[in-house]
Design a protein around this ligand. Structure first.
Ligand code: XMP
Length: 326
């Protein structure tokens, strides 16, 4: 019978069989799929798995800590974090075109991942071992979409930050390739992953860079991060996480509007809330969120986040609007 416990056991056995005495690497994105895949492989082969997390400086508040603390605490997995945030900020300096941002981040992500992998490989080879397996959180819908071929080193190009290096010679371990998202969540809960990871909403690989309309800077990232944290906190407090598929919070960095705050006139930036309801992100409708929650979010953002004096709600369905603004 289908229980999360049965499925988890079967998947762990299958990984053990595939990897044997080998070693594996898994890139964590902060999202559900890679976390559950890694947790399964960790159960199967323990410390012969090394997880890699790249901090590109475009993450939301608390995401790195969630991986470094909660993921590690709940799985016991070995984790290498690579902080390349200065590099990404440097390359993104002055860039406003959304596709250009994606291209830069995708390119740099491959470098970061390769760098982290060679660190791991270096450490492993000193101990005489090699790493032969790359763990990926590919789900059944991804398999169908990409033609269903069994994976070797052919890493899918729609990886969430634009693909991984093609010249890395790994066999792929894809323990989730027969599962749908809700099944992955059930298995993750079964493995003891915290709700903050298992229930996480989709978040794009290029991160906050494509939620700043205008050029990315450290200051703008801080502004957006603070607003985003407030919106997420209030939506969770209002019990809306299941009703909302995801809610991009967007900083219109190139737009200014006049406000009156405290003792005087301000000339600040608007924040856009983009809560959407969806089944698969292909189409979406804007979520009819309770006015009270919207009011709370708006009050808190304009009171607590410097440089923001206005909060607006995006009431566009997809199509015609995409979920993200860029
Ligand atoms: P759009 O904006 O196209 O988004 O309606 C559909 C879904 O895809 C996510 N998204 C991305 N995810 N890299 C990603 O990993 C990207 O460049 C990217 N762009 C959009 C978006 O968050 C939504 O879930």
């Amino acid at each position: 019978s289908w229980t999360a416990a049965n499925i988890a056991d079967q998947l762990i056995d299958a990984v053990r069989e595939q990897v044997g005495e080998g070693r594996a690497i898994c890139g964590l994105s902060g999202g559900v799929d890679s976390a559950v895949a890694a947790a399964l492989v960790q159960r199967a082969i323990g410390d012969r798995l090394t997880c890699v997390f790249v901090d590109h400086g475009l993450l939301r508040a608390g995401e790195r800590e969630q991986v470094e603390k909660e993921f590690v605490a709940s799985t016991g997995a070995r984790l290498v974090t690579r902080d390349d945030s200065d590099t990404y900020l440097g390359f993104l300096d002055g860039v406003t075109d959304p596709e250009e941002k994606r291209k830069i981040i995708g390119r740099e992500f491959i470098r970061s991942f390769e760098g982290a992998v060679s660190e791991v490989l270096g450490a492993e080879s000193e101990s005489g071992a090699s790493v032969d397996f790359l763990v990926q959180g590919t789900l059944y819908p991804d398999v169908v979409e990409s033609g269903g071929g069994a994976g070797t080193a052919n890493i899918k190009s729609h990886h969430n930050v634009g693909g991984l290096p093609e010249d890395l010679e790994f066999s792929l371990v894809e323990p989730l390739r027969l599962l749908f998202k809700d099944e992955v969540r059930a298995v993750g809960r079964e493995l003891g992953l915290p709700e903050s990871i298992v229930g996480r909403h989709p978040f794009p690989g290029p991160g906050l860079a494509i939620r700043i309309v205008g050029a990315v800077s450290r200051e703008r990232l801080d502004t957006l991060r603070a607003a985003d944290a407030i919106a997420r906190e209030e939506m969770t407090a209002a019990g809306l996480d299941d009703q909302v598929w995801q809610c991009p919070v967007v900083l219109l960095a190139d737009v200014r509007s006049v406000g009156v705050q405290g003792d005087g006139r301000t000339y600040g930036h608007p924040i856009v809330l983009r809560p959407v309801s969806s089944e698969d992100a292909m189409t979406a409708d804007w979520t009819r969120m309770p006015y009270e929650t919207l009011a709370k979010i708006s009050n808190r953002i304009t009171n607590e986040v410097p440089d923001v004096n206005r909060v607006v709600l995006d009431v566009t369905s997809k199509p015609p609007g995409t979920i993200e603004w860029e």
